[in-house]
Design a protein. Structure first.
Length: 131
């Protein structure tokens, strides 16, 4: 078994320590500051001293990075855009949840899209809002 190594990563969800052993992520934790780091601010009031915790704050999804890296549903290859049409026709897909990085899931599980002319009156007629 190899030695566990700690790396620092500045993610979009906040700065983290990433612990790696034998080439695999073991855990992801918020950065904890020690005595070698700059001192935090402190406010003294009514005989008490108030200061922030000596670690960083992360967004919840930052703790899931290990799961995202090793997920069987992750992107294994660069995605290639195949829906571009230089004549101006576009396909619009709204992705949420687990389909966020996999448009194939959204397309395979969605109902056939409604097709209508690119005209506001056609949309009003469909929605029942015509005068």
């Amino acid at each position: 078994m190899g030695k566990e190594t700690r790396f620092t990563n500045g993610t979009t969800g906040g700065p983290v320590f990433v612990y790696v052993k034998d080439g695999r992520i073991v855990r992801v934790t918020p950065i904890e500051f020690d005595e070698k780091d700059a001192a935090s601010w402190a406010i003294k009031a009514r005989g008490k001293t108030f200061s922030p915790p000596r670690n960083t704050t992360l967004s919840p999804y930052s703790f899931a990075y290990k799961s995202m890296v090793y997920s069987p549903k992750r992107n294994l290859y660069p995605m290639k855009r195949v829906d571009f049409d230089p004549t101006g026709k576009r396909i619009v897909i709204v992705l949420t949840g687990h389909g966020l990085k996999d448009p194939g899931i959204a397309v395979s599980e969605a109902a056939e899209p409604l097709k209508m002319p690119a005209d506001i009156n056609a949309l009003d007629d469909y929605l029942g809002q015509s005068d």
